[in-house]
Design a protein around this ligand. Structure first.
Ligand code: ATP
Ligand code: MG
Length: 322
């Protein structure tokens, strides 16, 4: 089948005004997301992963840039137009479903809620029927209909979050650390559920995680972020074999994965983390990079395609090609 981009993100910026200056949470990020695929987004805490996800779906208003969804720029249209036209299409699954679930509502009410809000023409019976279908789809037993979130374990609560997101028949879902709060055994169940749903419904995911073994399991493409910027993007298989950016290499060397990077040495990052507030125009990783040159301290590296589909923002990228 021919490749098709569901989203094309161009020069997307999200800055927050703070008392200390402008915080560049997402800074000039450009990439494509292919329909029916999963792009994993990784990077340290505070590098802008959640802000990117929220900005894509207009939970934050972008500072500038474009987010073309099926060719139409959803970043610049009035929020009311976006909500009317696309709110159902683009959904989010959060790390902590508990925080986003009203504790006074039981399971069936929680799943009915988004259906009721978005499909005003449906009657009570139809809404209930739809909610029951969703429960079945995500593997929640019928007997749990009248349970409250605090009575359920983390995995079941996340299933409610997934059912709520899916109830509107979305095409694109931002999954923000959806399994990080779960026990390892339950993580695998939820990841498998997300993958099954993707196959059955042709869903496209932006999957945010700290966990490199999770990202490896679920992604078709991987995007590495550093201080608000996209520094490497490539097919998932490439990044564990042929990682180019020194930061990605450090990030990957910190986790044990058998059979990749056979001679991998653990690289420890030294030096100070550059502030995301009013950053200088240079490579943001330069202060911590063992290979930094004067050029890195003076000019910002652009994202370059070093191999087909493999993009890197590093002045020294040629040196790290294997
Ligand atoms: N509403 C806000 N107002 C001001 N600054 C914010 C706001 N939301 C996020 N930030 C800042 O933006 C930067 C990126 O935050 P973000 O939450 O997107 O990071 P993250 O990569 O999701 O981190 P984590 O892995 O810890 O979830 C951080 O410096 C954060 O402090
Ligand atoms: Mg986050």
């Amino acid at each position: 089948m021919e490749k098709q981009n569901l989203l094309e993100i161009r020069n997307l910026k999200k800055y927050f005004s703070t008392p200390r200056g402008e915080l560049h949470a997402v800074d000039n990020v450009s990439f494509d997301i292919e329909r029916g695929k999963t792009i994993g987004v990784v990077g340290e805490s505070g590098c802008g992963k959640s802000t990117l996800g929220k900005t894509l779906m207009r939970l934050h208003d972008p500072t500038s840039g474009e987010v073309r969804y099926k060719g139409e720029d959803i970043a610049s249209m009035p929020l009311s137009v976006f909500k009317k036209k696309y709110r159902a299409d683009i959904q989010m699954i959060f790390q902590d479903p508990y925080a986003s679930l009203d504790p006074r509502m039981n399971v069936i009410q929680l799943i009915e809620e988004p259906v009721r809000v978005n499909s005003k023409d449906l009657g009570k019976e139809e809404i209930r029927k739809k909610a029951r279908e969703m429960m079945e789809l995500v593997g929640l037993a019928k007997r749990l209909e009248n349970s409250y979130p605090h009575e359920l374990d983390g995995g079941r609560r996340q299933r409610i979050g997934i059912a709520r997101a899916l109830s509107l028949n979305p095409e694109f879902i931002v999954c923000d650390e959806p399994v990080s709060a779960l026990d390892v055994s339950i993580q695998a169940q939820i990841l498998n559920l997300l993958q099954d749903l993707q196959r059955e419904r042709g869903l496209t995911y932006l999957f945010i995680t700290h966990d490199m073994s999770v990202v490896r399991h679920i992604s078709d493409d991987i995007a590495v972020m550093y201080l608000g910027q996209l520094i490497e993007k490539c097919p998932a298989g490439e990044i564990f074999k042929n990682t180019i950016h020194p930061y990605s290499r450090a990030l990957l060397s910190a986790i044990p994965i058998p059979n990749v990077h056979e001679k991998r040495e653990r690289m420890v990052l030294k030096g100070e983390l550059t502030s995301p507030i009013d950053p200088k125009k240079c490579c943001r990783f330069a202060a911590r990079c063992p290979y930094a040159t004067d050029q890195c301290l003076e000019t910002e590296p652009a994202l370059r395609e070093m191999r087909p589909g493999h993009f890197v923002a590093c002045h020294g990228a040629e040196k790290f090609l294997s």
